[in-house]
Design a protein around this ligand. Structure first.
Ligand SMILES: [Mn+2]
Length: 299
C-alpha cells in the first residue's frame, strides 16, 4: 500500500442504472448528487486537517488523500461493457497504490468493482457485503446472469475471492430458498440486521473483523438499502427493519482501516427526500477517507 503518510483514495462515479431490472431506476443520478454533498465536508478542511466531533480529534486530510477521477466510461446500452469499464477503473486505482471509492450506479456494479479489485491484487480477496438483500441469484429470465440481484453470486465465482473471508451484513426480510441453499452449500457467513441490532455496532464490528481476518485484501461493497428506509429513503428498493445511519457511520469508522476498496450503490436521487440519502452516502465516503487513511496493523 501507499508509503508513509497513509493511504489515498480515488473517487469514481458510475452513473449507470441499466441493470435496475427490479426496484426503482434512478441511481444514475447519484454520483453528481453525492459529489455535491461531499463538497460540504471537503470545505471544512483547514491546513490539511479536519476536526471530527465524534473522536474529538483533528484528522489529517492532505491534498492528495481524495482525488476525483471523474466518471467511468459507462456504456448506457451495454451492461457488460459498463462492468468492464468499472473493473478497469478500480484496477487502475489499485495498480497506482490508491484505494478505489466508487459511487454507483445500481448494484450490478458489485461484480464490476470486485472483478477489478481481484484482477489487480494478488492473494485472497474477502468481500464485506452490506446489503438488505443477498444478491445471490444465479440467473433468471427477467434479469439474466448479471444483474443487481446477482452481483455477490458472480463475485464469489472469481477464483481468488474467498467465501471463508466474506460476510453479508444487514440482510433481512425474505429471499429465495435457492439463495438459502447457496449460503449453506458455500458456507457464506451472515450477520442479519436483527442480530446486528441486538449486538450493537461495536460488537457487530468485532464479529465482522473475525470473519475477514486472514484475507489478503478486503473489498467493502455497500448497498445503501442496508440502511433503514426511514434514514435512507432514496434507495433502489425499500426493506424495512434496517440499520440506522449512526450504525453504519460507526461501522465505517471502525472497519475502514481493514478495507482497501469501497463502493456505495443504489442511492436514488429520483425518490430521495431533500437529498438526505445522497448526504448520507457522502458522509459514508468521507468517513471512509478520514478513518481509512491508516491501514490496520497486520499481525
Ligand atoms: Mn440491496
Amino acid at each position: 500500500m501507499a508509503a508513509a503518510g497513509g493511504r489515498s483514495f480515488d473517487l469514481w462515479g458510475v452513473p449507470y442504472d441499466g441493470a435496475a431490472s427490479l426496484g426503482w431506476p434512478g441511481s444514475r443520478y447519484a454520483p453528481a448528487r453525492v459529489r455535491q454533498a461531499l463538497g460540504w465536508m471537503v470545505m471544512r478542511v483547514q491546513d490539511g486537517r479536519v476536526y471530527s466531533s465524534d473522536t474529538q480529534r483533528l484528522h489529517s486530510f492532505g491534498e492528495d488523500v481524495l482525488r476525483d477521477r471523474g466518471d467511468t466510461n459507462v456504456v448506457a446500452h451495454d451492461l457488460m461493457a459498463t462492468l468492464d469499464a468499472c473493473a478497469a477503473a478500480v484496477a487502475d486505482s489499485v495498480r497506482q497504490g490508491r484505494l478505489p471509492l466508487v459511487i454507483g450506479g445500481d448494484d450490478s456494479l458489485l461484480y464490476g468493482c470486485v472483478k477489478g479489485f481481484h484482477d489487480a491484487h494478488g492473494g485472497t480477496i474477502g468481500i464485506l457485503h452490506f446489503d438488505a438483500h443477498l444478491d445471490l441469484l444465479d440467473e433468471s429470465r427477467n434479469q439474466g446472469r448479471y444483474s443487481q440481484s446477482s452481483g455477490m453470486r458472480r463475485a464469489l465465482e472469481l477464483p481468488r475471492v474467498s467465501v471463508r473471508h466474506s460476510i453479508q451484513v444487514g440482510v433481512r426480510n425474505f429471499n429465495f430458498p435457492s439463495s438459502r441453499r447457496f449460503i449453506e452449500d458455500a458456507g457464506l457467513a451472515q450477520l442479519p440486521a436483527a442480530q446486528f441490532v441486538r449486538l450493537g455496532a461495536e460488537a457487530a464490528v468485532r464479529l465482522i473483523r473475525a470473519q475477514l481476518e486472514g484475507a489478503d485484501h478486503v473489498f467493502w461493497a455497500f448497498d445503501i438499502d442496508v440502511v433503514d428506509p426511514a434514514f435512507a429513503p432514496g434507495a433502489g428498493a425499500h426493506e424495512p427493519g434496517g440499520l440506522t445511519s449512526r450504525d453504519v457511520l460507526e461501522c465505517i469508522r471502525l472497519l475502514a482501516p481493514y478495507c482497501e476498496g469501497f463502493n456505495i450503490v443504489e442511492v436514488n436521487p429520483l425518490i430521495d427526500h431533500h437529498d438526505m440519502t445522497s448526504i448520507l452516502a457522502a458522509n459514508l465516503a468521507y468517513h471512509m477517507v478520514v478513518f481509512g487513511q491508516d491501514a490496520a496493523p497486520r499481525d
